[in-house]
Design a protein around this ligand. Structure first.
Ligand SMILES: Nc1ncnc2c1ncn2[C@@H]1O[C@H](COP(=O)(O)OP(=O)(O)OP(=O)(O)O)[C@@H](O)[C@H]1O
Length: 448
């Protein structure tokens, strides 16, 4: 169970107020007796649920004040479920309230059990809607596994979506750790091959002589140690997708073999005589400058054209606007949860350092830095020092923001004081703060 939902009871009849209070065990009950106290409670607590007596002072015989409160509540907190309570002869007001957005109505005299039932149902609906909102936010991510808000990176995501359904070869170009494998998987997942295998092989990590048998497989006895028939990655990916990471590191001899495969779409296992047709989509990735490798004769131009029917440039993390802190927060949450550590935030020098650091290792480096900090740091907030980054203040930006905030705060307080003719209690209610807070704000701005 999460936290108790907040229920605000707006009722001017003191007796009824305390009677209702007792029948809502399990909720955090708040009370108000008129429009201004109701709105103060709404602003301060944003209750998920409200029961609202439509007959409020100054005109309890009429529903106008109650309906005005309803509209004001829904303007401040549109998700709040409001149940209006009204007298027996005021059905039409109840209907009017529902048409204004109230969740339901209830006609007096009050039967606590029935009212509780209605409120419980409203609570269930609120929670369901909340869950849906969260799900919808989750689905907002541009591509599965990709966190970004940078326009350049979003373009990359759109491009992945567009090329995925086709069978064209895709070449992903980007520095190490920029998410090439994540994007290759996204291409596969969005393609008609999604239900088949995604087979990845890192061409730089395997010595040349092994790489050939890894890719093409071998028959029993093909070489010393080949004790049984083994199929290669290409065949293994049949009907699915083969991801050739670090394709720029593929030795020239294998480049020729790969090119032949791409032209003929068949493989022969090492030491074998059979020609085996294989249906795969190929995605390549590299952080090397293939143009340069072609010029120096280290990469075949004809292979380059085969594998780059579509080529996608992935920007480095330092060029993605806003992404460093967005990713940092996402990783902080993820690792805190994994390590069962309390959720902490970043200090402002940490965020500034994150924004200014160059991130040569890109997203992978960010992941490592945050993971380590979550394990090692023990303060309230994670600092630049915990991250092992140079602390940075961005004084100009901080001051501008603070100045803007102060100016807006001061103006709002002056307005509230003016409107209430200097009545501290009313002004505090209007602003949704406590009286002591308002006093200290008045002191801060010399308004007392
Ligand atoms: N935009 C992103 N949002 C969230 N996580 C990401 C993002 N980009 C990369 N990652 C994560 O960063 C790590 C590195 O990504 P990935 O392995 O795809 O990079 P790469 O470019 O293939 O690296 P390399 O060139 O070193 O093979 C992975 O753990 C991946 O999940």
């Amino acid at each position: 169970m999460g936290e108790a939902l907040k229920l605000l009871i707006v009722e001017d009849d003191q007796g009824l107020q305390s009677q209702l209070r007792w029948c809502f065990e399990g909720y955090e009950v708040l009370e108000a007796k008129d429009r201004s106290s109701a709105m103060a409670q709404v602003r301060r607590h944003l209750p998920q649920l409200v029961t609202l007596d439509l007959g409020l002072p100054p005109d309890p015989a009429n529903a106008s004040e109650g309906l005005a409160v309803l509209e004001e509540i829904l303007a401040v907190s549109p998700e709040t479920k409001v149940v209006v309570v009204t007298g027996n002869d005021e059905r039409r007001h109840a209907l009017q309230a529902v048409s204004l957005g109230a969740y339901d109505f209830y006609i007096k005299p009050v039967d606590a059990d029935v009212l509780r039932l209605i409120v419980d149902r409203a609570a269930r609906l609120y929670e369901l809607e909340q869950e849906n909102r969260q799900l919808a936010q989750g689905n907002d991510s541009p591509l599965n596994g990709v966190i970004t808000m940078d326009p350049g990176m979003l373009k990359v995501c759109r491009m992945v979506e567009r090329v995925a359904p086709a069978d064209a070869t895709v070449l992903l170009l980007g520095d190490s750790g920029t998410g090439k494998e994540v994007l290759a998987r996204a291409v596969h997942d969005l393609s008609p091959r999604a239900k088949e295998r995604f087979v990845a092989i890192n061409c730089a990590a395997i010595p040349e002589n092994l790489l050939e048998s890894e890719l093409f497989g071998y028959e029993k006895g093909a070489f010393t140690g080949a004790t049984r028939q083994t199929i290669g990655k290409i065949e293994h990916a049949h009907k699915g997708t083969l991801f050739l990471d670090e394709i720029g590191d593929l030795p020239l001899s294998l480049q020729a073999k790969l090119l032949r495969f791409l032209q003929e779409r068949t493989v022969e296992r090492l030491g074998g005589r059979n020609v085996i047709p294989v249906d795969i989509r190929v995605i390549g990735a590299t952080n090397q400058d293939l143009g340069q490798l072609i010029r120096t004769g280290d990469f075949r131009e004809d292979l380059y054209y085969r594998i780059s029917e579509i080529s996608i440039d992935i920007p480095p993390l330092r060029d993605r606007a806003g992404d460093p802190s967005l990713l940092a927060h996402a990783f902080l949450d993820r690792f805190a949860q994994e390590q069962r550590k309390p959720r902490r935030g970043f200090s402002s020098d940490a965020l500034s350092a994150i924004e200014h650091y160059d991130w040569p290792g890109n997203v992978r480096e960010m992941e490592n830095v945050i993971r380590r900090a979550v394990i090692m740091a023990d303060g309230q907030r994670i600092t630049a020092d915990d991250l092992g980054l140079e602390p940075r203040e961005d004084p100009e930006q901080l001051i501008r923001l603070r100045e803007a905030r102060d100016a807006a705060e001061q103006e709002t307080i002056i307005k509230a004081m003016g409107r209430t003719n200097g009545n501290i209690a009313q002004a505090a209610d209007m602003l949704g703060v406590t009286r002591p807070t308002l006093y200290s704000l008045l002191d801060k701005y010399g308004l007392r």
